[in-house]
Write a protein that binds this ligand. Structure first.
Ligand code: PMP
Length: 793
């Protein structure tokens, strides 16, 4: 005997070492001499070990496993201990049982005729048909998933020091296969495998490392699963046990069963749903299934091609499925990662976020809305307008889609409240979980309010270091008004001529856009023109136009003074939505802020519409102008639809208010709101939505700009990120606003399944501000619909 198994393990890897090569007679002899089993031995297939099926005279059957000599004994011990553990915690689970030697040993070392030393173990033989030979049925996939989860459950409390050993079939070690890809003969497959491994290394592995991990079976393959009809009756082969992310366990059966499936996403969904019914899968796990499956297939192709050269004698086993996995990699290029994700989420009864629903193009039979419209008018009162000539009866939202009662989907390019997508699963889950745990008010200590305030403040300039919670943008602006008055001792306000800041009594007075026709502003309010360089009083062709608009602040201060007021605050919506959607010209804000402060007022940045990355280049609208406001007000997107809002300001400003009165909002900053807010921040960060707003917004503006070459109605395309205004004009020299045309276009686009709105003092500016999960395909769809609507009118 030249070396021990341990020393061999140091010099050759288990997949490189030749499998043991006992004859059937030798195997029968070992079975009898060591384990007391008298009977015949028949070889079984194996990747790297040698297995024999033993049959005793009385019909009892066993499997003699002769381990590969390069296998670390500690790993074999882990496998043995795992089988013993599972038998203890879930005795009904059909897995092989260890048969000890007559004196109670779990294994025996034998010296092979080739001079090598092998570890031999005996396991009970499980009867049944291999999944490999069964006819696939949907219910079977579900049971495979359920069995995978049940086995993982049984292994939950198990650990072994050898659990993190090197194993080529460990998905988390897949990048190591890069050094083997040159063995892949088919150049197309080689390129695909390399692409998958590169993507895995760069994108998947960092996310995988954050997922739940434990010891898993890691090889619930067709060759290791026993079935009877549509039921799984047993699981074999614990040779690939490894400590790895739990979700890696389902990638194996999915990658094998979808190979032959006519509807791979449905098959994957069945397996996943089966698993989910036993152990709830997390959203982050589902999001990676697509990549884990493709990586597993890439591993098949790489390992098979490499090993077959060294082990031509075992080529049938090694190469089984390799060609199919290569073909699967080709097919998977056609699927969309988010389609698989959506399918899995649907199968697990989770809301879908960013995927294009299959029903996106399903035609609708128009519903008769009259009875509902009548009830609404009676009970909600007149004056609460509905959007579109043909209002939408919406029943569901998913990502960028709104779905009506007939099942038709509309591409939502209008709603900015579902900032990270309608019903984003991460947000929904955070909301539901917290609602089921605790919801109370900010007079109690709880972590989420503090954590949220800290996270939010970290995105702001250092001076703005206190966060106050309320429930709506209007309340935030109302509170800002109280803060400004308390801190300055003044009671006047300066606002933009067409501004909208909310609906409370105080803020309504600061919203000229909402005053009735010809109604004068309140005495303490002075309005200045919006710094509109396109159709305003001063235009872009005047190099001084930003300064001239800022000078209007001086006039407002003088006008207030004449009425006996000094400014407590100047309010500015950072995307000037109700003024027609644009960004203030460079220099305007710093000059305006300086003038307001010189007159004793505070500057309030209303980021209710523009905040949280929507404008793309910056997280906050004011950051584009190099200014730091005194107060920032937030709402709408902050809670993705959950009522939540906040005011961020300096501590001394809060102190001024508290000196003169109390502030408390019962539901402002409640634990559910704060968890929702944290989830929104997480999603924004994780999905890179600010960058997406910049990228897709630029593309969309440029596409609509291209339409202007053919459609004279388009006067100007402007805005920032995914907040876009399209100013429609009847005449490009007079800039006569095309309001009726805007209404017609919006209604036609609605009929084509694309939702946009209208804004601006002349109601002629198309307003486009979709959930930030809007992507390049959606931008194209919107542009096509706009093009068609423009042609039609
Ligand atoms: N400020 C701005 C700029 C807004 O657009 C709005 C709402 N459209 C508000 C404040 C008021 O927010 P809410 O309706 O949530 O009270």
């Amino acid at each position: 005997m030249s070396s021990t198994p341990q020393s061999q393990a140091r010099t050759e890897s288990v997949l490189e070492a030749k499998a043991p090569a006992l004859s059937a007679e030798e195997a029968a002899e070992v079975a009898q001499r060591v384990f007391g089993i008298q009977g015949s031995a028949h070889p079984l297939s194996s990747e790297r070990d040698q297995n024999f099926r033993l049959r005793e005279g009385d019909g009892r059957e066993w499997v003699l496993k002769i381990a590969n000599p390069a296998e670390d004994p500690a790993i074999l011990d882990m496998q043995t201990q795992a089988l013993l553990h599972i038998a203890r915690v879930d005795p009904e689970l059909a897995i092989p049982r260890i048969k000890t030697t007559p004196d109670g040993a779990l294994f025996h070392q034998i010296d092979g005729l080739d001079g090598r030393r092998f570890i031999a173990r005996v396991l009970s033989f499980l009867p049944g048909q291999l999944l490999e030979d069964a006819t696939p049925q949907p219910a079977l996939g579900r049971d495979v998933g359920a069995m995978t989860a049940r086995l993982a459950r049984a292994l939950r409390g198990f650990f072994h020091p050898a659990a993190r050993h090197e194993l080529l079939w460990d998905l988390t070690q897949a990048p190591a296969l890069r050094t083997r890809t040159h063995h892949i003969g088919d150049p197309g497959h080689r390129r695909l495998v390399e692409e998958v491994l590169d993507h895995f290394d760069a994108e998947v592995l960092p996310k995988l490392r954050k997922l739940r991990a434990q010891i898993i079976h890691n090889d619930i393959s067709c060759l290791n699963t026993l079935v009877d009809g549509d039921r799984v009756t047993g699981v074999l082969d614990f040779g690939d046990l490894i400590h790895a992310p739990m979700v890696a366990d389902i990638a194996v059966p999915i990658s094998e069963l979808i190979v032959e499936s006519t509807d791979p996403i449905a098959t994957a969904a069945e397996i996943t749903a089966g698993y989910h019914a036993v152990t709830t899968l997390e959203d982050d796990e589902l999001a990676l299934v697509f990549d884990l499956v493709s990586t597993r297939s890439a591993m098949h192709v790489a390992i098979g091609n490499w090993r077959v050269g060294d082990h031509p004698e075992n080529s049938d086993y090694i190469m089984s499925g390799v060609q199919e996995h290569g073909a699967l990699l080709e097919q998977m290029q056609e699927w969309r990662r988010d389609r698989m994700y959506a399918g899995l989420r649907r199968a697990c009864s989770m809301p879908i976020s960013v995927a294009v629903p299959d029903f996106a193009r399903r035609p609708s039979d128009e519903e008769n809305l009259q009875p509902m419209l009548e009830r609404r008018r009676q009970r909600l009162g007149p004056g609460l307008d509905l959007s579109y000539d043909r209002p939408l009866h919406v029943v569901r939202g998913e990502g960028v889609w709104l779905i009506d009662a007939t099942g038709r989907s509309f591409l939502d390019a209008y709603n900015n409240v579902p900032h990270v997508g309608h019903c984003h699963p991460t947000v929904v889950q955070a909301l539901a979980q917290q609602a089921a745990t605790l919801n109370t008010n900010t007079r109690y200590l709880y972590e989420s309010a503090i954590e949220y305030a800290e996270r939010l403040i970290a995105t702001m300039p250092a001076d703005l270091s206190v966060c106050m919670f309320v429930c709506s943008g209007s309340e935030a602006n109302d509170l800002a008004w109280r803060l400004a008055k308390a801190h300055t001792g003044n009671t006047g306000a300066i606002v933009i001529e067409d501004a909208y800041h909310g609906t409370t009594d105080a803020v309504h007075e600061l919203s000229p856009a909402e005053q009735g026709e010809g109604r004068p502003l309140a005495e303490h309010v002075a309005a200045v023109p919006a710094p509109d360089g396109y159709r305003g009083k001063f235009r872009k062709d005047d190099p001084q136009y930003a300064d001239r608009y800022a000078t209007c602040i001086d006039e407002a201060v003088a006008s207030l003074d004449a009425r006996g007021f000094a400014p407590a605050a100047f309010y500015l919506d950072l995307i000037l939505s109700s003024s027609g959607i644009f960004v203030s010209p460079p220099g305007y804000l710093s000059a305006a802020f300086e003038k307001v402060r010189a007159a004793g007022g505070l500057c309030v940045a209303d980021e209710v519409q523009s905040g949280f990355g929507r404008t793309g280049e910056h997280f906050w609208g004011f950051s584009a102008h190099g200014v730091v406001p005194d107060i920032v007000t937030l709402g709408k997107p902050i809670g993705n639809g959950y009522s939540m809002a906040a005011v961020v300001t300096r501590p001394e400003i809060v102190a001024s208010l508290i000196e003169e009165s109390e502030f408390f909002s019962t539901t402002g900053g409640n634990p559910v709101a704060c968890r929702v807010g944290l989830a929104v921040l997480d999603v924004l960060e994780r999905e890179g939505l600010q960058e997406r707003a910049a990228r897709v917004g630029t593309q969309l503006r440029s596409q609509i700009g291209d339409l202007a070459g053919r459609h004279l109605l388009i006067g100007e395309v402007r805005g920032a990120g995914l907040f876009i205004g399209v100013d429609l004009v009847r005449d490009r020299s007079t800039l006569e606003p095309a309001a009726d045309e805007a209404t017609a276009i919006v209604n036609r686009m609605r009929d084509q399944g694309v939702l946009v709105g209208i804004d601006g003092p002349h109601a002629n500016v198309l307003k486009i501000r979709p959930p930030l999960v809007f992507d390049e395909d959606h931008a194209l769809q919107l542009t096509d619909a706009l093009d068609q609507a423009l042609q039609e009118i």
